[in-house]
Each structure stands twice: as structure tokens, then as C-alpha cells.
Design a binder for this molecule. Sequence first.
Ligand code: RIB
Length: 311
Amino acid sequence: MSSSQKLVVLGSINADHILTLEHFPHPGQTLSGRDYQIAFGGKGANQAVAAGRSGADIRFIACVGEDDIGQRMIEQFNKDRIDTQAVSPVQGQSTGVALIFVNAVAENCIGIFAGANACLSTDYVQQHANLIRSSNALLLQLETPLESIIEAAEIAQNSGVKVILNPAPARELPEALLRLVDIITPNETEALSLTGVIIHDEKDAAEAACILHSKGIKTVVITMGSRGVWLSESGQGQLVAGFKVNAVDTIAAGDTFNGAFVTALLEGKTALDAARFANAAAAIAVTRSGGQPSVPWREEIDAFLNAQTAL
Ligand code: RIB
């Protein structure tokens, strides 16, 4: 299935250095790990790949370094059905890097070096403004400069393009950005940063969603790990349950959810059906290691959902 509606993703690209440890190191401690790998990642890139593999008509606005890994990533994006005309190498910069520890219970912690991602300037956004204007939806995250994210969201809103913000990683955000957003998709930590509400249960999720609605955001989707997502549309909320799987690591699970969710919305699915589709995509991703290597293709998501229905 593919959509005639167009998606543009604006965001980061990182080379992920991933190491699995029994537990996260304490200050001053050195630990030996296993399964070291360098995988293609970055929240923007992971979401673009998730959209491309799940069938979206997708373009990506991003920056890589002037290095071999950046070039190889662009080649991989093309294989993942992403239009890369707005993915550019930046002279004298290296591609972004993420250093990731995964522990024995599949949690991760991440340190980032922005590299070329820091060069995604407002001028760069303006150079690609037509790509935004000619799309139906713009998907954003927070690993590139905030002023450029706001610039892109303004261009989108002025042209009637839907703005979807995955507010990751967690930080406080100016009202100037929030009022441009149609759909927001925080996890529990990000929802806490934006609303001050600690989310233990569905009641807390509903409270956090109400605060985000009060800022003018129509659709709030709070991702809650294996429990699923709290979907709230203009104040009417419900839990869309997740699927039980054996998690290997959760890197890019949220990104996979976002890319698949927006793809399904652009195909005309309801938010409820899109959330179920995206929960399935994210469930597959956590059974595999790494960022982009774990992102499923459309056929895999459909097969997973069919198998659930047959249960
Ligand atoms: O969301 C996962 C991503 O966060 C990783 O791929 C890493 O690059 C960091 O950006």
C-alpha cells in the first residue's frame, strides 16, 4: 500500500555506536560489553526510514558530514525509498554521532555529538521551503537547531501542511513552536518535560494530554512503551494497547512508531487504526537490535498484524 499524499521529515542523522552491558556504568567505572556495532541512526533518519519502509511518499531534509559514513547513509536512504534531494553533505563537518549503551533489560542511554546536524540552519530550511509547501505533512523531532524547527513548522502551517512533532529528546519548548503543532507524540519523559505531569497510569496520561490540548494541539499521542499509547483527540482519550514481544533493545522504537503512524494517517486511516499499525511496527523494531537495522518493512507489519488477528 502506498499513499498519494506526501510526507516531509526534517531532522537528524547519526552514526550510532552501540554497546550492550549488564548494567549502565557508575561514575568512574569501566565495564566490558558485548555485541558492539555501528548502525545508521538519528531520530530524523530513523523516522524517515520507518516512513519509507512502511510505504510513505517521503522526502527528507537533513545534513550529513563530508565523510564516508554520511555518503553511505544517503545511499541507504535511497534504498529505503526516501527522496534525498534535500540531504546534503556539509563541508568540514563530520556526520552526527550517538554513543549508546544498552543494558540487560533492553533499556538504553545515549550521548550525542551533533556534528553536521547543528548546521541545519534556518537558511537551509528556507532553501528547501518548497519541499515543505508541496507536502501534506511535516514530521519533526528535536535533534536539530530549534530555530530551524520553528521555521519549518511556520512554513508548513502557512501552507496548510499538517505539523507532527515528536518532542524527542525531552526538553521544554516555547509556545511559539507548540502553537504550530497539529499532532504531538511525546513519550512519558517528554510529556513530563512539557506538562509537569508524571505519568504512572491512564489518568495521568489524560491529564498531560489535556494540558497539551490547552496549548492548541488537537491530537496528542503519548507513547508508553510496551503498554501502548494514550491517544487523545480534542480531549477524548483512549489507550491503544501495545503488543507483547521479547525486547532486544528499544533503540528507534519510538522513531518507528512515528514514521509508521504518520504514514498510516496519510493513507487515510483513522488515528486509532494508525496507532495500532504503528504499535505493530514498533513491536517488531524492539525484537531487533540497532536503530535503522531494526525498522520493519510494510509487508512485515501487515504480516504481524494479520498474525495477531488470527490469534
Ligand atoms: O531514537 C533513537 C536515536 O536517538 C538513535 O538512533 C540515536 O542516534 C539517537 O539520536
